[in-house]
Design a protein around this ligand. Sequence first.
Ligand code: GRF
Length: 203
Amino acid sequence: PNLVVLISGSGSNLQALIKAIHTGRLAARITAVISNRADAYGLQRAAEADIPTAVLSHQDFASREAFDQALQQRIDTYQPDLVVLAGFMRILTPDFVRHYEGRMLNIHPSLLPLYKGIHTHRRVLEDGGHEHGVSVHFVTPELDGGPVIMQAKVPVLPSDTETSLAQRIQTQEHVIYPQVVKWFVEGRLKLANNQATLDGNAL
Ligand code: GRF
Protein backbone atom coordinates (compact mmCIF):
# COMPACT_ATOMS: atom_id res chain seq x y z
CA PRO A 1 0.00 0.00 0.00
CA ASN A 2 1.02 3.54 -0.80
CA LEU A 3 1.00 6.32 1.75
CA VAL A 4 1.20 10.06 1.21
CA VAL A 5 2.20 11.93 4.36
CA LEU A 6 1.33 15.61 4.84
CA ILE A 7 3.42 17.69 7.24
CA SER A 8 4.01 21.27 8.29
CA GLY A 9 6.86 20.94 10.75
CA SER A 10 9.32 18.68 12.51
CA GLY A 11 8.00 15.42 11.14
CA SER A 12 8.78 13.24 14.12
CA ASN A 13 5.63 11.24 13.40
CA LEU A 14 6.78 10.86 9.81
CA GLN A 15 10.09 9.59 11.21
CA ALA A 16 8.25 7.03 13.33
CA LEU A 17 6.47 5.74 10.21
CA ILE A 18 9.73 5.59 8.25
CA LYS A 19 11.30 3.61 11.07
CA ALA A 20 8.36 1.20 11.26
CA ILE A 21 8.72 0.57 7.52
CA HIS A 22 12.49 0.20 7.61
CA THR A 23 12.36 -2.28 10.48
CA GLY A 24 9.74 -4.37 8.71
CA ARG A 25 6.95 -3.70 11.18
CA LEU A 26 4.87 -1.77 8.65
CA ALA A 27 4.44 -3.19 5.15
CA ALA A 28 3.82 0.03 3.25
CA ARG A 29 5.58 2.55 1.07
CA ILE A 30 5.61 6.31 1.55
CA THR A 31 5.37 7.54 -2.01
CA ALA A 32 5.57 11.22 -1.15
CA VAL A 33 5.83 13.70 1.69
CA ILE A 34 4.09 17.01 1.03
CA SER A 35 4.55 20.11 3.16
CA ASN A 36 2.78 23.46 3.08
CA ARG A 37 5.92 25.02 4.51
CA ALA A 38 9.27 25.02 2.72
CA ASP A 39 11.19 25.11 6.01
CA ALA A 40 9.56 22.04 7.54
CA TYR A 41 12.31 19.88 9.03
CA GLY A 42 10.35 16.79 8.10
CA LEU A 43 11.28 17.43 4.44
CA GLN A 44 14.89 16.69 5.36
CA ARG A 45 13.88 13.53 7.16
CA ALA A 46 12.04 12.42 4.01
CA ALA A 47 14.97 13.26 1.74
CA GLU A 48 17.32 11.28 3.97
CA ALA A 49 15.01 8.30 3.58
CA ASP A 50 14.92 8.78 -0.23
CA ILE A 51 11.26 9.70 -0.20
CA PRO A 52 10.13 12.20 -2.85
CA THR A 53 9.04 15.52 -1.38
CA ALA A 54 6.92 18.40 -2.56
CA VAL A 55 6.20 21.83 -1.15
CA LEU A 56 2.86 23.44 -1.83
CA SER A 57 2.72 26.75 -0.03
CA HIS A 58 -0.76 27.86 0.98
CA GLN A 59 0.44 31.44 0.65
CA ASP A 60 0.67 30.98 -3.11
CA PHE A 61 -3.08 30.49 -3.36
CA ALA A 62 -5.87 33.04 -3.23
CA SER A 63 -8.23 30.93 -1.18
CA ARG A 64 -8.42 27.88 1.03
CA GLU A 65 -10.47 26.18 -1.70
CA ALA A 66 -7.83 26.86 -4.36
CA PHE A 67 -5.05 25.52 -2.15
CA ASP A 68 -6.97 22.39 -1.24
CA GLN A 69 -7.80 21.73 -4.89
CA ALA A 70 -4.15 21.99 -5.87
CA LEU A 71 -3.14 19.83 -2.93
CA GLN A 72 -5.71 17.20 -3.87
CA GLN A 73 -4.45 17.12 -7.46
CA ARG A 74 -0.89 16.71 -6.27
CA ILE A 75 -1.73 13.99 -3.79
CA ASP A 76 -3.73 12.07 -6.38
CA THR A 77 -0.80 11.90 -8.77
CA TYR A 78 0.68 9.45 -6.24
CA GLN A 79 -2.54 7.36 -6.06
CA PRO A 80 -2.27 6.77 -2.32
CA ASP A 81 -4.24 4.14 -0.46
CA LEU A 82 -4.02 6.31 2.63
CA VAL A 83 -3.34 9.98 3.33
CA VAL A 84 -1.60 10.48 6.67
CA LEU A 85 -1.80 13.90 8.30
CA ALA A 86 1.24 14.14 10.55
CA GLY A 87 1.41 17.60 12.04
CA PHE A 88 -0.25 19.17 9.01
CA MET A 89 -1.43 22.48 10.44
CA ARG A 90 -4.22 23.35 8.04
CA ILE A 91 -7.97 23.36 8.32
CA LEU A 92 -9.26 21.36 5.36
CA THR A 93 -12.25 22.17 3.19
CA PRO A 94 -15.24 19.80 3.23
CA ASP A 95 -14.69 18.89 -0.45
CA PHE A 96 -11.10 17.86 0.25
CA VAL A 97 -12.10 15.86 3.31
CA ARG A 98 -14.93 14.10 1.48
CA HIS A 99 -12.60 13.15 -1.37
CA TYR A 100 -10.43 11.18 1.08
CA GLU A 101 -13.20 9.99 3.37
CA GLY A 102 -12.29 6.67 4.96
CA ARG A 103 -8.70 6.91 3.74
CA MET A 104 -7.30 9.88 5.65
CA LEU A 105 -6.02 9.81 9.23
CA ASN A 106 -4.97 12.53 11.64
CA ILE A 107 -3.18 12.58 14.98
CA HIS A 108 -4.33 15.13 17.52
CA PRO A 109 -2.59 15.81 20.83
CA SER A 110 -5.52 15.48 23.22
CA LEU A 111 -7.95 12.90 24.50
CA LEU A 112 -10.65 13.72 21.98
CA PRO A 113 -13.40 14.85 22.19
CA LEU A 114 -11.60 17.01 24.77
CA TYR A 115 -9.44 19.90 23.58
CA LYS A 116 -10.06 20.15 19.87
CA GLY A 117 -8.04 22.79 18.05
CA ILE A 118 -4.61 24.21 18.86
CA HIS A 119 -2.55 24.80 22.04
CA THR A 120 -3.90 21.66 23.67
CA HIS A 121 -1.01 21.23 26.15
CA ARG A 122 -1.30 24.83 27.30
CA ARG A 123 -5.04 24.54 27.82
CA VAL A 124 -4.74 21.29 29.78
CA LEU A 125 -2.17 22.92 32.08
CA GLU A 126 -4.30 26.03 32.50
CA ASP A 127 -7.26 23.87 33.45
CA GLY A 128 -5.21 21.97 36.02
CA GLY A 129 -6.03 18.64 34.40
CA HIS A 130 -4.34 15.50 35.73
CA GLU A 131 -4.62 13.48 32.55
CA HIS A 132 -3.84 14.23 28.94
CA GLY A 133 -3.14 12.23 25.83
CA VAL A 134 -3.24 11.81 22.09
CA SER A 135 -5.78 10.48 19.62
CA VAL A 136 -5.60 9.05 16.11
CA HIS A 137 -8.84 9.50 14.20
CA PHE A 138 -10.38 9.31 10.76
CA VAL A 139 -10.73 12.76 9.23
CA THR A 140 -14.29 13.91 8.67
CA PRO A 141 -15.55 17.42 7.90
CA GLU A 142 -15.88 18.30 11.59
CA LEU A 143 -12.51 19.68 12.77
CA ASP A 144 -10.82 17.15 15.08
CA GLY A 145 -14.22 15.51 15.31
CA GLY A 146 -13.82 12.33 13.26
CA PRO A 147 -14.23 8.88 14.81
CA VAL A 148 -11.39 8.07 17.20
CA ILE A 149 -9.42 4.91 16.44
CA MET A 150 -6.81 4.79 19.20
CA GLN A 151 -5.77 6.93 22.14
CA ALA A 152 -2.88 6.94 24.57
CA LYS A 153 -3.10 8.58 27.97
CA VAL A 154 -0.32 10.27 29.91
CA PRO A 155 -0.32 11.78 33.39
CA VAL A 156 0.05 15.53 33.88
CA LEU A 157 2.68 16.12 36.57
CA PRO A 158 2.80 19.15 38.88
CA SER A 159 6.19 20.09 37.44
CA ASP A 160 5.01 19.94 33.81
CA THR A 161 5.51 22.70 31.29
CA GLU A 162 4.07 22.78 27.79
CA THR A 163 7.38 21.39 26.54
CA SER A 164 7.64 18.51 28.98
CA LEU A 165 4.03 17.57 28.41
CA ALA A 166 4.45 17.75 24.64
CA GLN A 167 7.46 15.43 24.87
CA ARG A 168 5.59 12.87 26.94
CA ILE A 169 2.73 12.99 24.45
CA GLN A 170 5.01 12.69 21.42
CA THR A 171 6.60 9.52 22.75
CA GLN A 172 3.11 8.03 22.71
CA GLU A 173 2.31 9.47 19.27
CA HIS A 174 5.26 7.60 17.80
CA VAL A 175 3.86 4.34 19.15
CA ILE A 176 0.19 4.66 18.29
CA TYR A 177 0.36 6.26 14.83
CA PRO A 178 2.43 3.47 13.20
CA GLN A 179 0.13 0.94 14.87
CA VAL A 180 -3.02 2.51 13.43
CA VAL A 181 -1.46 2.89 9.98
CA LYS A 182 -0.51 -0.79 10.15
CA TRP A 183 -4.13 -1.76 10.87
CA PHE A 184 -5.26 0.34 7.94
CA VAL A 185 -2.82 -1.09 5.40
CA GLU A 186 -3.70 -4.59 6.57
CA GLY A 187 -7.31 -3.82 5.64
CA ARG A 188 -8.52 -4.25 9.21
CA LEU A 189 -9.60 -0.66 9.82
CA LYS A 190 -12.66 0.87 8.16
CA LEU A 191 -14.87 3.91 8.36
CA ALA A 192 -18.58 3.43 7.74
CA ASN A 193 -21.53 5.60 8.80
CA ASN A 194 -19.20 7.85 10.78
CA GLN A 195 -18.04 4.87 12.84
CA ALA A 196 -14.56 3.35 12.89
CA THR A 197 -14.28 -0.43 12.99
CA LEU A 198 -11.35 -2.78 13.55
CA ASP A 199 -11.86 -6.31 12.23
CA GLY A 200 -15.54 -5.43 11.89
CA ASN A 201 -15.93 -4.40 15.53
CA ALA A 202 -16.90 -0.85 16.44
CA LEU A 203 -14.10 1.09 18.14
C1 GRF B 1 2.09 16.41 16.93
O1 GRF B 1 2.12 16.78 18.27
C2 GRF B 1 0.70 16.14 16.49
O2 GRF B 1 -0.11 15.59 17.49
C3 GRF B 1 0.22 17.49 16.11
O3 GRF B 1 1.33 18.12 15.53
C4 GRF B 1 2.51 17.55 16.05
C5 GRF B 1 3.36 17.08 14.90
O4 GRF B 1 4.63 16.71 15.32
N1 GRF B 1 -0.94 17.42 15.26
P1 GRF B 1 5.70 16.17 14.25
O5 GRF B 1 5.79 17.20 13.13
O6 GRF B 1 5.21 14.85 13.76
O7 GRF B 1 6.98 16.07 15.00
